[in-house]
Ligand binder design. Sequence first.
Ligand SMILES: [Zn+2]
Length: 301
Amino acid sequence: MADWANDPALADWPGPVKYIPSPDLAVAKFGWPGVAQYQAWMYRPDPPVFVPTALLIIDMQNDFCGPNGSLAVQGGRELGTGINEVLNEGYFVLKIATRDFHPADHISFATQHPGAEPFTSTYTITSPENPQEKQTTTLWPPHCVQGTEGCELIHELDVWRLTHIIDKGQDKRVESYSGFGPPFENPAVSMSGLADLLNEHGIQKVEIVGLALDYCVKHTAIDAAKLGFETHVLMNLTQAVDQSKENMAAVHRELTDHGVIPLLVRTKAVTDEDVPGIDQYWAEIEAMGKLALHESVSQHE
Ligand SMILES: [Zn+2]
């Protein structure tokens, strides 16, 4: 737990504030006076150690996981338990899952290119808005097609704890490994809205988990760092398509070259042992469920 747990600025909070570092939970627990106080604290001139942080869970979808995924990453599904532990932490202001969300005729599918082989063939995509901008990419077996089982988030994930789901890759003309959108810059094409979402919530730091380390996780992380977010990849909560030592070292280097910090995370959830009363608190929040959170917010908008 960060120092905000003992911050004197929180002394007057109408309840066990130190367990509630997220505005959504403050609404649920205390209504809008609680949120005003939360914001006054969060944006005070001399901020405490707590930094508004978002958890980004990248592409934890059936097609990227065994046993039936068309593009299964080894050990992918097994990440669910550890990711749920992190997802359970009140520390995050936003808890966002991304989905690869392709039409059936997406440009990244080898089946769309006569003679191409998945995993080995590459294809150079030209920006539909600017013939000067190009992106050479690997071709894949069809995966994460909208409306299919393969496109769904894995059932092991505590989806109800998410605050948002961001879809990417809907534009059949371009590839989008990054959760932020395709790599084209002049102009940007078919961006996902993730950057706006983070900025609207005053996010300063992102922690990234999910699949796959050497593609969507890496590109999301590099984009996040370029956008100015302090960016961590939680290395024990991600898996790569190519898990060879050489590739892992190369990915590690590429991340750090772009200012991304690879970290190992403790996945032990906070318990009553650490903070008396927190088990009861989470039981109450859990009983209210996500619907209650949404109702509470919409009443006041
Ligand atoms: Zn894809």
